[in-house]
Ligand binder design. Sequence first.
Ligand SMILES: [Zn+2]
Length: 120
Amino acid sequence: MSGPATDAPATDAPATDAPERDTATRSDAPDAPPRRRYELDDRGFREVPKRWRKFYRVWQGDGDTLAPNEIICPVCKVVIRSVREFRAGDRVYCMPCMSRMVIVERADGTLEPEVTYERS
Ligand SMILES: [Zn+2]
């Protein structure tokens, strides 16, 4: 036998035919309370393909607020939006800067994205 050994785990493969397009990958327990859903509107974020524009917006600075379905990318500072509220453990993808992150809950209860570095 020769050639490169590719023993990448079969899990965690991106679902290309996911029924619902979203920036977040959720792994809720079966008995987890349902998440609030959000209607996303296109804010004219032109750095991603048109069908993804509604998932991102520019942070407006002081006076701007994040909804429960929004987080700020720690790398490029754009606001990443999801069709449902974020919870700790969610995996989020920032298309503008191609960062992957996981949502973690701080001691004060706020949610924050933490960039993950995964070999692919
Ligand atoms: Zn980013």
